[in-house]
Design a binder for this molecule. Structure first.
Ligand code: NI
Length: 164
């Protein structure tokens, strides 16, 4: 296993719709092991392939007791609304309040290509939505009004300058 370099905003790959995952099994498991290790190292709860520079529809997460690998993820149902803080390893974890559905149902393939569906609410649902967005070339800041988006980017750039 190895820790991969996190791709940061405004890298082009973060804004691209990922390619579908077509190869399953051992190689994919190895990639996901690296993604988990990278995510834990950076104290994240989710990590999508574009965040390590791979334009692929794939994410891993370990959030509120839900640990999974999601290849070719789709959000097939949402309900309710929640407002809460969110951050992203690709934007220096600068937090911002994002309004999202409170419940979300995820459909995806596991490491062996088997389709599964699973539901979550609250923070774990937020994670499903945030990571699936990554696979579609979308960042959490894209959900923010222009002024707040610019504030997050400004803060991220400033902290990057200060701490490298
Ligand atoms: Ni993120």
């Amino acid at each position: 296993m190895s820790i991969r370099k996190i791709t940061e905003y405004p890298a082009e790959v973060l804004g691209k719709v990922g390619k579908p995952v077509t190869e399953f099994g051992e190689e994919l498991q190895k990639l996901c092991d690296d993604m988990f290790e990278t995510m834990y190292d950076d104290e994240g709860v989710g990590l999508a392939a574009p965040q390590i520079g791979l334009s692929l529809r794939l994410f891993v997460m370990d959030c509120e007791g839900i640990k999974l690998i999601a290849a070719n993820p789709e959000i097939i149902e949402t309900s309710g609304e929640q407002s809460g803080q969110e951050g992203c390893l690709s934007v220096g974890k600068v937090p911002a309040v994002v309004v999202r559905p409170d419940k979300a149902k995820l459909k995806a393939q596991d490491v062996n290509g088997e389709w599964f569906e699973t539901e979550a609410e609250g923070y774990a649902a937020r994670c499903f939505l945030h990571e699936t967005d990554h696979c579609d070339g979308k960042l959490f800041i894209d959900h923010l009004p222009k002024m707040r988006r610019e504030m997050v980017i400004k803060k991220f750039k400033k902290e990057k300058k200060l701490y490298g």
